[in-house]
Ligand binder design. Structure first.
Ligand SMILES: C[S@@+](CC[C@H](N)C(=O)[O-])C[C@H]1O[C@@H](n2cnc3c(N)ncnc32)[C@H](O)[C@@H]1O
Ligand code: SF4
Ligand code: SF4
Length: 606
């Protein structure tokens, strides 16, 4: 039996922890101990399972028999094979056949509005993202590196945060320097390279740079307006298996788009390039920041993206320029315009709607464990990510060019990452530095961020502009109004209560904690309520099936509560058998119950 990584997966190690991610399905997993040992043995070359087991045998000495080790390893790889992280088969040809390329004809999260849910039969330490966040918080680790390869640009967008004098001065980072930085990034354990500008396709070596990133096993994203993209580059980009090309399309009306870019004919070129990339099965994401000139046409851009099976996203806040000049904000939406746009988004952007309605309310998370939340960073800038511009200056993120952390022509990237006082300053900022936000009930709808604060306030990252708050409250109002007037509120209700349970697990609160009982019992009643509501109000295609699932879950929850309360071994066993073949939310809930119960039984035995 042979095994190898899928071409869309990447494996990294953070200390003792193994990490595998798939750029196509966007699923990832973390492993400790044995899982990490297993992962270390797998790479892009097909390998005989027995050879790997023989190597592992040496790692474990005689602590486990070869048969047991083989069985465990096969279970491990088969599960990862089933979830598209690895390919397992009898011949190299079979592996190639099973290893799927990105394609618009196939359902995956980059093409369809409905996202995959992450089924995790194999034990994952915790919610992966939280786990990663915590691991890197303890020890900041550069995972994502953005290059502004050139400051030159073939457009002069009216809203752009990059000052025009910088574009006019021009300047490209030579390929030799880019390569040496990528080498350094590889040594630091880096994963994701974003190539941007200015306009990245003005860099004469953009294709060799992309190819070098591939050679170095990087996950690659490209940000571009695409107007300089040449046909012959498309095949090479496909061959390099880039994770994503994000491009800016501001309107379906060429005059409006061109008014924003200030380049006549630019919309036609960008649109044609998007269609060519899609035809070549390269993942494209449309970015459409909105401003006064184009907000009324955003729904049309969304529909266009959907017709191509691409994702689209917007930014309706707009960041001030990186030289702290705020004149570009004259194009920013008023609050009334923002509200009109948000209503359009709620109507047309299924992704946004699902995200907003399904997401566990952050405010609940905060109130559940305020102390822990207050210690968290606001984002990954300086913790997982940073940006290097063409002249070698390093910043915590794109757009934060007032916060120079060092220069890669004078110091190594590693030195800047580890020792720069500015990086350390950014890392020290936590949610707790914004006490007003910790208590704010628009928190779930807010996009406040350090660089936006900094650029708009003349250089104070802690100064929140009132506009961000006003927009957050409008967003909250629009979402709540939408939820109240739509059957979706029931789905939201349902999802949130699943998340309640999920949170309990994520926060690792002791199962014996009275608060958990309270929450579980409350979940149980809310579930019954939600079920009744759905039954009465929801016109659902799969109404019967949906109700059946809910009923099942209802049963499990009740059974689980009984189990936990009386702590009986037979109930625990019963619960374990019930676990088989249920949809994800049930699995999460049941897993949690099992973990809690196991803990209770363990405590009792001691
Ligand atoms: C700086 S550009 C660089 C890549 C490329 N030149 C492009 O326009 O796609 C990256 C993205 O930032 C967006 N952007 C520029 N200025 C912005 C601002 N002030 N606020 C928010 N987004 C902005 C652009 O519209 C574009 O989608
Ligand atoms: S948004 Fe992109 S294309 Fe427009 S001026 Fe800025 S860098 Fe150039
Ligand atoms: S709306 Fe204002 S106060 Fe509330 S979380 Fe956002 S920035 Fe903080």
């Amino acid at each position: 039996m042979l095994v190898r990584q899928c071409k869309n997966t990447f494996i990294r190690f953070i200390g003792e922890m193994g990490y595998i991610t798939n750029q196509m399905t966007r699923h990832d997993r973390t492993y400790n101990e044995t899982g990490a040992d297993f992962l270390k043995e797998i790479n892009r070359q097909p390998q005989e399972v027995d050879d790997i087991v023989a190597r592992l045998r040496k790692v474990y000495n005689d602590s486990v028999s070869t048969e047991e080790l083989r069985a465990d390893f096969i279970e491990f790889i088969k599960d990862l094979d089933k979830h598209l992280f690895l390919v397992v088969g009898e011949t190299p040809e079979e592996l190639d056949e099973k290893d799927l390329d990105f394609s618009y004809s196939m359902e995956n999260p980059k093409t369809l509005v409905d996202d995959f849910t992450q089924e995790t039969k194999q034990k994952v330490d915790e919610c992966t993202q939280d786990f990663m966040l915590e691991a890197t918080q303890r020890e900041p680790r550069l995972v994502g590196l953005q290059f502004e390869l050139t400051s030159r640009c073939n457009e002069r967008c009216i809203h752009c945060y990059i000052p025009n004098p910088k574009k006019n001065a021009g300047g490209d980072m030579p390929i030799e320097k880019v390569k040496s930085l990528i080498d350094e990034f590889v040594d630091m354990g880096g994963l994701h390279v974003t190539l941007s500008g200015g306009e990245v396709f003005l860099h004469k070596d953009i294709i060799p740079i992309i190819q070098y990133c591939r050679e170095k096993d990087m996950q690659i994203s490209v940000l571009s307006n695409l107007i300089a993209l040449k046909d012959e580059q498309i095949t090479l980009i496909k061959e390099a298996n880039v994770s994503l090309i994000q491009t800016s399309l501001y309107s379906m009306n060429p005059e409006i788009h061109d008014l924003i870019t200030t380049v006549k004919g630019s919309q036609v070129k960008t649109k044609a390039a998007i269609e060519k990339l899609v035809a070549a099965d390269i993942p494209v994401q449309i970015s459409c920041p909105v401003m006064k000139a184009n907000y009324q046409g955003y729904a049309d851009v969304l529909k266009y993206a959907q017709s191509l099976r691409c994702k689209a996203q917007t930014d309706y806040i707009m960041m001030a320029q990186s030289d702290l000049d705020t004149s570009n904000l004259a194009n920013r939406l008023s609050l009334a315009e923002t509200e009109a746009l948000l209503k359009d988004i709620m109507q047309w952007d299924k992704d946004y709607k699902e995200d907003t309605l399904r997401h566990p309310p952050l405010s609940e998370e905060i109130s559940f464990d305020l102390e822990r939340f207050a210690k968290q960073p606001l984002c990954g800038a300086g913790i997982n990510d940073c940006c290097i511009t063409e002249n070698g200056d390093v910043y915590p993120c794109a757009g934060w060019q007032g916060m120079v952390c060092g220069n890669v022509y004078k110091q190594s990237l590693k030195d800047i990452w580890e020792n720069s006082p500015q990086m350390k300053q950014i890392r020290a900022v936590t949610q707790g530095d914004f006490p007003k936000c910790l208590k704010c009930n628009a928190r779930d709808y807010c996009a406040m961020c350090l660089v936006r604060n900094y650029n708009e306030s003349g250089g104070d990252m802690f100064k929140i502009n009132k506009h961000f708050c006003d927009v957050a409250f409008i967003n909250k109002k629009v979402v709540e109004e939408y939820a109240a007037s739509n059957a979706e509120k029931y789905a939201m209700h349902y999802e949130w209560l699943i998340c309640d349970i999920y949170h309990c697990k994520r926060y690792g609160v002791a199962a014996a904690d009275a608060d958990i009982y309270r929450r579980l019992v409350s979940c149980y009643f809310r579930l019954v309520q939600a079920q009744n509501d759905i039954h009465r109000n929801r016109e659902h295609e799969c109404q019967k099936e949906y109700n059946e699932i809910l009923e099942e879950m209802n049963l499990h929850l009740k059974c689980s509560i009984d189990c936990i309360i009386c702590g009986k071994q037979e109930n625990y066993d019963k619960l374990k058998t019930l676990k088989q073949d249920f949809p994800l939310p049930n699995i999460i809930a049941i897993n949690y119950m099992i973990d809690s119960l196991r803990q209770i039984l363990k405590d009792e035995k001691q």
